[in-house]
Each structure stands twice: as structure tokens, then as C-alpha cells.
Ligand binder design. Sequence first.
Ligand code: ADP
Length: 678
Amino acid sequence: MRGKVKTIETRSYFENTSLAIAVVIAIGCSGFFLARLVDDSIRQTQLAEERQDVSEDVFNIASSIEQRFAFYEFVSIALSAAVEIDPDLDQDTFSTLVSPFFLTDPGILNLALETDWRISHVFPVEENRSVLGLDYREIEAQRQIISRMRETGQPLLAGPSSLIQGKEGLIYRTPIRPAADSNEQSFPRSIAVVSTMASFLDLATQNADGLRIGLAFGNASQSEAPQTYGYVAQPEDDPIQKSVDVAGRAITISAVPELGWGGRTSVTASVYWIAFAAIIVVCGLLFWARSIAIERRRSWQQLSDAIEAIDDGFALYDPDDRLVLCNSRYKSLYSRSAHLMVPGAKFRDIIWGGVVAGQYADAVGREEEWFAERMAAHENPTVSMEQKLNDRWLKISEACLDDGSRVGFRVDITSLKDAQHQAEAANQAKTDFLNTMSHEIRTPLSAIIGFSNVLKNAESLPAVKALEGAVSEDKGKSKVENVVSMFREYASRIDANGQHLLAIINDILYWNDMGSSDRPLTRDVIPVDRILTSTMNQLSGLAVEKGLTMTYESIDTFVEGDPVRLQQVMVNLVGNALKFTKTGAVTLSAQAIDGTVEISVRDTGPGIPHEHLGNIFDSFYQVESGLDRNYNGSGLGLAISKDIVEKHNGQISVESTVGKGSVFRVSLPEYECAEQAA
Ligand code: ADP
């Protein structure tokens, strides 16, 4: 890890606090103005709806007033017709005729028939008896109206005015045409329908809840100031108005809401609350997004710093194989192509740039071929590989991520490689030394063994025979025999030790070559029985010497392999069994199991402690170690045996119980054409 890591700052606009506050203020103002616009729009719509509703109410009131006067007209026409038919109809008949109209309109105060300026008939009679015979000419206002009516021959509406009965009311007066056979040119009679002003006000206000209603009675030419009832229209109120023309009068209905226009609007608060809530939510979301962005930037920063802090080269390429990021170490390792390592650069361009710059030692002279191999390895990154640059060695590890991105590590293994080369050179020197020394030792050793064999048969030597011939006395002959016998014994010891030394040297030579393929195995078909018999023949003498029973049990089948090496394995195993067993027996047996020949060497020796069983096939491993060992040996026998067996596609294993003995098992593939071989 390097001490100080350069941090690259990548702050975003999101992290600017002043900007964030400005954005919040802007959102707040926009929200407020938007709410205002919505509020205005809703108000306009509601005002239009409200005016429409009031217009409908005013229209209905106007219709009711028109209907009422239409009814009065109908009543007047009906009575006119009755009077025309019976000009002399009496009060009772008049009462009978008009009484139904009172039921239809309870607002009618009375109905009167005027004949030659006087009230000749009235209904209801009792309440209005006082007006019977009243002369209208004595009441100036009535006289003017009746005069005008007689001039125009049209109905006239009088009032509102105080009635003789004490109430305020309206009088709808209709002239009755003179009889057809009369010479009368004027209208000597008229019908008066008298209704209370209160009933009209009721009519105007009965279906106008929440409204202020006003009625203004003017003349049709609007030449006089109108008489007003209820609400008096003011221009600033912007009232809804409608005029109804009735018998020379204009009745104007004016209406405004009691609470004023827009008074029933209740959305303002809700709109502003909704706007406020929306502003809070939007600002909240913005702050949330801001905190995520800041957190992301910090995580990215942390990751970049961590990558920068790695002592090895690191690079990340996106799914399009374009550089996303790499640390400075990566660039320093590839100094000749570092200038190409910018975010967005393609991997292949960076590599090819390095090839052109002569950065890769192995690519020199075979650039395109090397580039193709490198790209293929990059496309399918499976195992790590080593790359030789001009001045160093790198270990390259690349991996594909789920989204197709690639990460790559570059570890500088130059010192490891140097150490490896040194170790290989040292190992080669050791191998060469061992081979040379072994051969150098074997040559004189062969001579020693050869001459010891000659000495073992010293009595056959011509010099000894000549000496025996020269010695005539028995005493002298016996001394010569003693000398020969001594030579034989010493020669036997020299031979045995020479053989032992030769075996050790052979083992060392084999072990030295174990990793190499310099000594290939032969492939012969060998009867299993032959291997066991040869082993018995070679080692039965030793068993006899040690007083051990040695038996074998063979089978009639074959294995394929190198007879010398397989024999070496069996001699190793049986030799160990005889060496470590003091009393009892050594048993060799073979059996065929499912295409495998299993040869067992069983002894009644000391056994091997459980904790050593996993190691005894390792080179130079011995249960008893040190110079005070009871048994001689190099510790290579089992390692060599394992190597030979495995080279024959077999397995070697051991089972052992301390104090009872051991069983070594060698499993070899049975020769498939055993019958043919037999
Ligand atoms: P060595 O030359 O010492 O016999 P080996 O490789 O043949 O070397 O054996 C390794 C070790 O395994 C021996 O030193 C001994 O401790 C143990 N060993 C091998 N065979 C037997 C056996 N039959 N009985 C007990 N110990 C054994």
C-alpha cells in the first residue's frame, strides 16, 4: 500500500448548498404562482357558474311574474266576456263567476267591476262592501289611469300604491269593450284585479335562497323613477337584472348573492394547501435525490481512492470494452501506452498502442499474432496469465462481470520470477550434480561389488589354488582354508553393503528423475503370478534368515506395464514388511475386483501410528527419524512406489494397526484381453 493517495474531486451541482436553496425558493415561488393561477381560474369558473345560476333564478322569477299577469289577463278576458254576454249581471252572479279564481291565486285581494267610474261589483263582498259605489273620479290617481285606459283601450297596471283596504298592492285594470250593438265609442266599464304587493314579493323570493331580490316598477318609457321593493340595485354590485313589461309598466327584477359575488367560493384555501403540500413533496424529493447523489458521489470517491491505493494495477472496462477507470499503478506498469489510457479508450487500441511501442517482449517480431492471442485471452478470461514486458513480469487476472464489464488486475511478479528462475537453475544444478555423482559412485561401486563376488569364491582363484598346492602339510592347508573362509565372509559383507549402497543410489537416481519424462515406462503384458513369484524368490532367503513365515497366493490374470518397475514396487513393499517385522509372517496375495487387480502385502510387524499414515508416501518421510533409528533406509521407497503405481494408472494405500501389523495394497487396471494373453 502506498502512503498518500491523490483524491480526485468530482463534486456535482447537486452539492452546491446555495444552488439548492435557490432551487427551493424557485420551486416555492413557482408553486405559489401556479396555485394563484389555478385559484383565479377556479374563481372565474365558479363566478360564471354562480352568475348563470342567479340568471336562471331571475329568469324563473320573471317567468312567475309573467305567468301571474297572464293569469290576470285571462281572468279579465273571461269576466269581460261574461259582462259582454250579460251586461246586467248582478252581484251574486259576479261572485259565483270570480270565486274560483281566488282559489287559483291566493295573492288576489279582490276583483272589481267598474261601471261608469263607479265600483258596481266586487268580490269578496263582505270584506269590500265599503268600496261598493266608490267613484274613481274622486281619487285623482285612479281617475287618471282609468282615463288613459279608456283612451288606449289597453289594460293598465297601476301601483304599487296604498289600497283603500289599507294594504299596498297592484291593480291590473282591463277595459271591457262596449257591446257590439251599442253606440258607445269609449270603454264605460273595466275589470280590476287587485293583488297585494306582499304576494308579489313572496313570488319573487320564494325560490331564491341566498339571494337578495329587488323588484323595481317603472313605466315602460323609463321616464319616471321606478318604485323599488326589496334589494335596490347598485351598479357596483353588478346585479343580474331582467325586465318584464306588463300592461304599460316595466317590472325589473334585480338579484345579487347575499354574500356577494364569489362569496360561496371555498376552494382558495384548499388550492393553497395542495400547492404547499406539493412544494413540500417536490422539495423533499429533490433533497432526497440530492442526498442520494451526494452519497453516490462519496461512495464513488471512496471506491476510486481505494482502487488508487491498491499496490497492483487495476482497470475497469465497460461492456463495450472501453476504459472506465484505472489506477496510477496500472499506468506506471504500462508506461509506453499510459498516454492512451483515458476513459472511453478501447482496450484493443490501448493494447495495440503498447505493441506498436514495443512494450511487450514476447510480441517483438510477431506483433499481429501476439495481438490476436492477447485479444482471445481477453475475450475469454479463464485463468490468470503471465506477461513479459521489457523490464518486468506481470501476472494478469481478468474477470467478466454480470453486465459484461471486465475488471483486470496486474501484479508485478518480477521478483518472484527472478526467484523462480534462480530456484530452477539451482534445481537443475542439483539434478546435474546428483546424476553426475550417482554415476561416479556407481562405477567404482560396481567394481567393488564385482571384486567382492570374486573374493567370495576365493578358493577358485588360481593364486589360492597354487597356494593350496604349495602347502603340503594338512596344518598348512587348513590355515589356507581359514584365510579363504575369512575372505568369503568379508567379501559377503562388502557385497551386501555394496548392494545396499547401490539400491540407495538407484533410488536417488529414480527420485531425481521422477518429475521428468526422460525415463518412459515400457508397456508389457505381465502375469500377476510372475511378479509375485519373482518377489518371493528374491526375498524368501531374507525371510528365512529372520525366521519369518512368508507365503503367497496368486491369481491367473494379467496387468499391463513395466515389469522391472512393478517388480521394484513389490520388492519395496515386501522388503519393508520383512525389515520391520520381527516375528510372525509376511503374506502376499492378489485378487481381481471389477476390472482391477489388487495385490496386498500384509505383515505382523509394529504397525504405523495413525498420525503418520498420511505422510509415509512423501519423499524421505520415516516414522522413526534421527540417527538412533532401529531400521536403515532412505525414506524414498514408498514415494517411488507411489509414483510408479500412479504412472500405471493405479493406486497405492495402507491400512495399519499399531502392534498388530500393516497391509499395503496396490490396485492396477486388469489387462482387458486377459484370455488372449493367457
Ligand atoms: P524406508 O527406506 O525408510 O523404508 P520407505 O519409503 O520404504 O522408506 O518407508 C517409509 C517409512 O514408512 C518407513 O521408514 C517406516 O517408518 C514406514 N513403513 C513402511 N513400511 C512399513 C511396514 N511394513 N511396517 C511399519 N512401518 C513401515
